[in-house]
Design a protein around this ligand. Structure first.
Ligand code: ADE
Length: 251
């Protein structure tokens, strides 16, 4: 799997991607990341990559020419051109106006051979990019960032950890919050008691069936408190549906 991040600020990523589990996975060659500086594809002496919007209104728009040149250099082909297209690849543009990024999307991207992310800036990108190429416009949440770099970092993190062997315990990645349309259960570690607060007995019991059922129950309680919308789609047993009813009544 290879990520290509097209950005005006390649330095943004240099340190952050070298840290922690992702840094180790990069060292082991479990995936690759190439930073591509969009300014290298500008042709004027100022290396301009943006211009004022047609129709006025202030702000700047990312120009299509440097982006098109950049994408071609990476092996992307406009949809109208013949020849071998990139297979098992996705071209993403980060934008507050995009479709919401979620775990299901992260799983889909993690199965790709190439993930190219264009970090959007200013007012956005000339709309014709989406006509030339098959582009997925992605937003990481309902708020506006100053640029697409933090969004690209989020997408890389959430997808790379789903690549086999990147996270030591793959089972733990599968049990993640959202992986099964449900939030994760609360976690505890030593000491068994702190400031009078005890770790639930069941987690220390060694009884795995009881621990599983405790965790599932707590996940439902947490989900109800924080993200009740997720429970609408969750596959609940009879007992769990009753628990949900009790939670609703006790409100
Ligand atoms: N650029 C600005 N805001 C953004 C967001 N919420 N998600 C992705 N890219 C963005």
């Amino acid at each position: 799997m290879k990520y290509e991040i097209i950005t005006l600020f390649p330095d943004y990523f240099r340190r952050s991607l070298r840290q922690s589990l992702l840094g180790k996975a990069l060292d082991k060659g479990l995936f690759e990341i190439e930073m591509v500086n969009l300014r290298d594809f500008a042709t004027d002496k100022h290396r301009a990559v943006d211009d004022t919007p047609y129709g006025g209104g202030g702000g700047m728009v990312m120009m299509i020419e440097p982006l098109d040149r950049c994408l071609r250099s990476l092996g992307w082909k406009p949809r109208t051109e013949s020849g071998a297209a990139r297979v098992d690849s996705v071209l993403i543009v980060t934008s507050a106006a995009g479709k919401r990024f979620d775990q299901e999307t992260a799983v889909r991207y993690s199965l790709c051979r190439n993930v190219t992310i264009v970090c959007g800036h200013y007012l956005g990108i000339d709309e014709r990019l989406g006509e030339l190429y098959d582009v997925e416009e992605v937003s990481i949440g309902d708020y506006v960032l100053t640029g697409g770099e933090p969004a690209a970092a989020v997408i890389v993190d959430a997808t790379a950890r789903l690549i086999p062997k990147v996270v030591g315990n793959f089972e733990s990645a599968l049990g993640d919050s959202y992986m099964n349309q449900m939030l994760g259960s609360p976690s505890f570690t030593r000491p068994p008691e702190y400031a009078g607060l005890k770790v639930p007995e069941v987690l220390q019991s060694g009884n795995h069936a009881e621990i599983r059922s405790y965790r599932r129950r707590e996940a439902i309680v947490r989900c109800y408190a924080n993200r009740p919308d997720l429970l609408e789609k969750a596959d609940l047993s009879q007992e769990e549906t009753e628990l949900l009813e009790t939670l609703r009544k006790s409100k």
